[in-house]
Design a protein around this ligand. Structure first.
Ligand SMILES: Nc1ncnc2c1ncn2[C@@H]1O[C@H](COP(=O)(O)OP(=O)(O)O)[C@@H](O)[C@H]1O
Ligand SMILES: [Mg+2]
Length: 362
């Protein structure tokens, strides 16, 4: 079984706490994406699972074994990096064969496995070439073939697509998902790219500054971000946030901003009161805002960006806070300059304690 379990794992490099008290359970056959900004500790977590780095504290288990004391080669994992690390003097055939040969497997057995791995990645016509005679995408596929040829329980991938151009990245993304389903293995996949995370993951594990901040399916992370950090990190354009203070207007609790008071649902009013937050960050996704009508926030239309499939309308509130509205192409584009009103359903608001960044309410 290919589950991976980290318990209380910490790792420090001098003054830098690269990984802080990490508890994570990757399920058997799951595609788990470790997502976070550059420098937040993703590679360190992956290297600890691989055994390339020793944790200061905590335990690592793969399947039903604790592996803290096992060498990387004994952990039944394969790792794929951003730079493919192929042997330049070897053919594709010999590159893929290398891990099997190292393990002393007899040649007839190896040939069958290499042929199968090459076939599953469309590399059969390229077996006699050397890495220099391949495109970037083909090289990355050779690196993948070399990883799958041993049929490990767990694949660890560290930003494996970041050296590919945009189009190839999208194509290889799909291939990787199909490969993982076909092989029915566990994948722990590291990326700083939220689109990759959203599209590939069964579950996302979002990291910030060495700590795990939310582990959930992508749709859940998008719909219910656990903190202000997650809210702003996931989504493009990012979630808008407007800060204000809880205040009663006509006896009913709302969030008072310098541009207007934002009404809340009954559940939100209760949650804000229970939280005791002094300043609340109100989050609203760009696609949840309507322009015009009787919305609570007056704003001027600063810039309209047309992307072909959608429009991004950048608005400015009275106090200069910026709000981006995403409109479909079936909706008329507002003119730049005039004052409009921004409206939304309160149930689509995300509330956070601006002091701690924690989510308020459901
Ligand atoms: N071998 C090392 N020596 C010193 N600092 C390191 C080392 N490896 C990583 N770090 C630091 O630990 C933090 C996390 O690094 P890393 O795990 O590579 O982040 P990520 O993969 O998310 O970009 C960073 O601040 C990085 O500079
Ligand atoms: Mg990294």
């Amino acid at each position: 079984m290919g589950q991976v379990t980290l318990r209380g794992v910490s790792k420090r490099y001098g003054a830098v706490e690269a990984v802080r008290n990490f508890d994570l359970e990757v399920l058997d056959r799951e595609f788990l994406v470790l997502l976070g900004p550059s420098g937040c500790g993703k590679s360190t977590v992956l290297r600890i699972i691989a055994g390339l780095e020793e944790p200061d504290q905590g335990t690592v288990a793969i399947g039903d074994r604790f592996v803290n004391d096992l060498e990387p080669k004994d952990r039944d994992i394969a790792m794929v990096f951003q730079n493919y690390a192929l042997y330049p003097h070897m053919t594709v055939q010999r590159n893929i064969d290398f891990p099997l040969k190292c393990r002393g497997m007899p040649k007839p057995d190896r040939d069958g496995l290499v042929a199968e791995a090459a076939e599953s990645l469309g590399l059969t016509p390229l077996l006699d070439r050397r890495p220099a005679q391949l495109s970037g995408g083909q090289r990355q596929r050779v690196a993948l073939a070399r990883a799958i040829v041993r049929r490990p329980e767990v694949f660890l991938m560290d930003e494996p697509l970041s050296n590919l151009d945009a189009k190839l990245r999208v194509q290889t993304r799909t291939e990787l998902i199909e490969l993982q389903r076909r092989l029915a293995t566990t994948v722990v996949y590291v990326t700083h790219d939220q689109i990759e995370g959203m599209t590939m993951a069964n579950r996302l594990a979002v990291m910030n500054e060495g700590a795990l901040v939310q582990v959930a399916p992508p749709s859940e992370v998008y719909a219910h971000p656990a903190s202000l950090f997650v809210a702003r990190f996931i989504g493009n354009p990012p979630m808008n946030t407007v800060t204000g203070t809880p205040a009663r207007v006509d006896g009913e609790l709302g969030i008072e901003t310098s541009g207007g008071t934002i009404p809340l649902t009954a559940a939100q009013r209760q949650a804000v009161e229970a939280s005791g937050a002094a300043i609340v960050a109100v989050g609203i996704r760009p696609e949840r805002i309507v322009i015009g009508g009787t919305g609570p926030l007056p704003a001027t239309v600063a810039v309209v960006e047309s992307l072909g499939s959608e429009h991004h309308v950048i608005c400015r509130l009275a106090d200069d806070q910026e709000v981006v509205v995403r409109l479909g192409t079936d909706i008329p584009v507002p003119k730049e300059g005039p004052t409009v009103r921004l409206g939304f359903e309160s149930e689509y608001l995300h509330l956070f304690d601006a002091g701690t960044g924690d989510r308020i309410g459901p």
